[in-house]
Design a binder for this molecule. Structure first.
Ligand code: GDP
Ligand code: MG
Length: 477
């Protein structure tokens, strides 16, 4: 009800690409520009995301040729931050991607690299439209920097050698896209944005092309995704991370993609024991504008938050909520085919007391559905992890390493899990093993394991689990 193309929400944008192509720098540049532009229309760093309001985009795209003909209809962009060397892969909700559009960053000096191709495959699989930032143009031979100009004019003002190198490298990248079965073209030479992916030359250091990149994101979102971006009151929110914060207790960081959350709302979420919790939102928190997120307790409380936004929820009993969590290569050595994962389960709001039971059933079903997608073997190790994201990453790794798994669970290792593992012992010794990834092992569970001869390997880095298991397997031979 009331959905219309005249009431669009901010588009959720993810940044992907090979390590060191400049993903973080591009976001940094966006934020810094806004500091210079002052508070008005300023970009805010939100929970796990950077919110770029349309006023700011208008300011940054003033230099773009022909922009005066563009009508800005979305309220802004919500760009998901990628920690460390990580990039997102799998922002999911009910099987589809939460991410509306992506920026695939390619280093013009290196062309398509291993993780670029992995990112490409993910985007294809999720059917997520994207634009390419052909980054680091300032590293082209003899590049002369010109600020506050359309990147087309900056390129055509370069010396002949620089222009030559630009053309050669761009052609190379287009060829590499063709090898991946994709048409690509510079955005100003794109014959058909529906079938050709656009390349935007950028420098995250000098800021050249950043205005063009923003303009293209906005126009593509508006022309291709208007329907999808129609604001809906139907809540769509995903838990990214569960975090204990001094003074606030356990909080959850989430991305609100659609609908609204209010202080006092009754929220229902899945828990690691396969059940659900029902709790009231004590406060909706967002960081102070233009302050780094790291500063503790520096949050502003909001009575209401309207999508799309990143927001922190403080409430009672959040400890057992299952997080999606962004897994970065740096933070845990967690690599999922080279790509870390974000995935999360939905948050539901019960608008009336009789909705509570329905919501509880639904979140439990949701979790069961997610876990049900996982294909289990008759013989294999037992796998337990702290979050859905970390579970998926570990399973992906085990698959690649040809280690079969017979059971998966989110949450700590308890006696019941050990019993289950011991029945595997009878079938094949090596699989009487629990791989506990970033989860606690209850003391009585460990004692029982020692009695029964079940091995529990516990680590917060996937490779360590792998090493321990491989050594154990060798020993058994
Ligand atoms: P990420 O791993 O994709 O997040 O890459 P970073 O943003 O951390 O950048 C990797 C390195 O490349 C850093 O040393 C950056 O300063 C540098 N870098 C990023 N963008 C540019 C650019 O446009 N031009 C130049 N010359 N260096 C860049
Ligand atoms: Mg980075």
């Amino acid at each position: 009800k009331n959905r219309s193309v005249s009431n669009l929400r901010a588009a959720v944008i993810c940044v992907l690409g090979h390590v060191d192509t400049g993903k973080t720098k591009i976001l940094d540049k966006l934020r810094r520009t806004s500091v210079q532009a002052g508070e008005a229309g300023g970009i805010t760093q939100q929970i796990g995301a950077t919110n770029v309001p349309i006023e700011n985009i208008k300011e940054q795209t003033k230099i773009v040729r022909g922009i005066s003909q563009t009508e800005f209809r979305i309220p802004g962009l919500l760009i998901i931050d990628t920690p460390g060397h990580a990039s997102f892969s799998n922002l999911r909700s009910r099987g589809s991607s939460l991410c509306d559009m992506a920026i695939l960053v390619v280093d013009i000096m290196h062309g398509l690299e291993e993780q670029t191709i992995e990112s490409l495959n993910l985007l294809k699989a999720k059917k997520t439209p994207f634009v390419v930032a052909l980054n680091k143009i300032d590293r082209l031979y003899d590049w002369s920097t010109m600020s506050r100009k359309d990147v087309r004019d900056i390129i055509s003002s370069q010396g002949p050698n620089t222009q030559n190198e630009f053309q050669t490298r761009t052609k190379q990248v287009i060829l590499q896209f063709a090898e991946q079965g994709m048409n690509a073209a510079l955005f100003y030479e794109n014959p058909d944005p529906k079938t050709y992916v656009s390349l935007v030359p950028t420098s995250a250091i000098t800021g050249e092309g950043m205005g063009n990149l923003l303009a293209l994101l906005v126009t593509n979102c508006q022309s291709m995704l208007a329907k999808r971006l129609m604001f809906s009151e139907e809540l769509q929110a995903t838990v990214l991370e569960v975090k204990a914060i001094t003074g606030l207790g356990t909080t959850i960081d989430c991305i609100l993609v659609n609908g609204r959350l209010r202080e006092g709302d009754t929220v229902v979420m899945a828990t690691s024991d396969g059940g659900s919790i029902v709790t009231q939102i004590r406060s909706l928190l967002m960081p102070q504008p233009m302050k780094e997120l790291r500063v503790k307790n520096d949050y502003i409380e909001h009575k209401e938050v309207v999508a799309a936004q990143g927001v922190k929820i403080a409430a009672k009993d959040l400890e057992k909520v299952i997080a999606g969590k962004i897994l970065s290569v740096e933070s845990g050595g967690v690599v999922c085919s080279g790509q870390p994962i974000i995935s999360g389960l939905n948050i539901l709001v019960a608008r009336s007391p009789d909705e509570v039971e329905i919501c509880k059933e639904e979140v439990v079903k949701d979790l069961a559905r997610e876990l049900g997608r996982i294909k289990l073997q008759d013989r294999g190790v037992l796998v337990q992890a702290s979050t859905l994201g970390s579970l998926e990453a570990l399973l992906e790794f085990l698959k690649d390493s040809k280690i079969p798994y017979s059971s998966v669970k989110i949450g700590p290792v308890v006696k019941r899990d050990v019993m289950k593992a011991s029945s595997m012992l009878e079938r094949e010794n090596q699989y009487g093993t629990i791989l506990a990834f970033d989860v606690k092992v209850e003391r009585d569970a460990q004692e029982l394991a020692d009695q029964l001869g079940v091995k529990i390997f516990q680590a917060d880095i996937i490779y360590h689990l792998f090493d321990q298991f491989t050594a154990h397997r060798e020993q058994l031979k």
